[in-house]
Design a protein around this ligand. Structure first.
Ligand SMILES: Nc1ncnc2c1ncn2[C@@H]1O[C@H](COP(=O)(O)OP(=O)(O)OP(=O)(O)O)[C@@H](O)[C@H]1O
Length: 229
């Protein structure tokens, strides 16, 4: 369980995020500039907030980004262009990329999981957009951190590929029991993933529900307003 009560201010934007995320897939929805990415960056340690951040009863707010039990996938720039596919994943195990045999096996397994083992000696510039994102998912897998944050890393992919990536992350989330939190502008993606949804408005979490409410059966007034219904 990831629990937080965090304050953050940037000029006129005053955020106060309070809540918790459990194992499973949660999508952060909300209009542009409402503070979805800011929450993700505070959790990931890329912005400094004040308050509390606890993971499994442990205070992790004072931890630097790389010390937190978290992997973050950004919108882009998740891979090192000068490193091979293999090295891009190996660096997730250890920055030196000097790996034990067991660690090398982990890299191979992760590459197999994302179906890139046959491309391990290629460089990112030789891959398609979807393959590049799969490299970053493979690195997230070898890092074996219990929390995965996604800031719309698949938004530039075409719909079929985006769903393939979402399926992969969903599968991994359930297999490894991860707390996965993804910022998205797409209610369709949130429905496709079929986990929890959280609505962010003006730097606050204003509603939380199952993704199914987006279908409009058991209506949630907050999400109805967000959808303009
Ligand atoms: N470090 C920062 N630098 C610049 N602006 C910031 C910073 N932190 C917060 N903001 C401001 O905070 C507000 C929320 O931004 P944020 O990117 O979190 O929203 P968002 O919901 O993710 O938006 P979008 O959907 O457009 O990506 C914006 O008004 C933004 O300008």
């Amino acid at each position: 369980m990831l629990e937080f009560n965090l304050h953050y201010q940037w000029d006129d934007f005053k955020a106060h995020y309070s809540g918790s995320f459990d194992k499973g897939f949660t999508c952060l929805l909300g209009g542009s500039g409402e503070g979805k990415s800011t929450l993700l960056y505070l959790l990931g340690g890329f912005l400094k907030g004040e308050g509390q951040l606890r993971f499994d009863e442990r205070d992790v707010l004072s931890f630097e980004a790389n010390e937190r039990p978290i992997t973050t996938l950004f919108q882009s720039d998740n891979v090192f262009p000068q490193l091979s596919v293999w090295d891009n994943v190996a660096i997730g195990v250890h920055p030196s990329r000097k790996l034990s045999l067991d660690d090398q096996k982990r890299v191979t397994q992760s590459l197999k999981k994302v179906q890139l083992d046959h491309l391990s000696s290629k460089f990112p510039g030789e891959l398609s957009g979807g393959q590049v994102q799969r490299v970053s998912i493979a690195r997230a897998l070898v890092r074996k951190q219990p929390i995965l944050l996604l800031d719309e890393p698949f938004s530039a992919l075409d719909p079929a590929l985006r769903r393939e990536m979402l399926n992969l992350v969903k599968e991994v989330t359930h297999e490894q029991g991860l707390i996965t939190i993804m910022v998205t502008h797409s209610p369709d993606d949130a429905l496709f993933v079929d986990g929890k949804i959280v609505l962010v408005e003006n730097g606050k979490l204003v509603a939380q529900d199952d993704a199914q409410v987006l279908k409009g059966n058991n209506r949630n007034a907050h999400f109805e307003r967000y959808l303009g219904r």
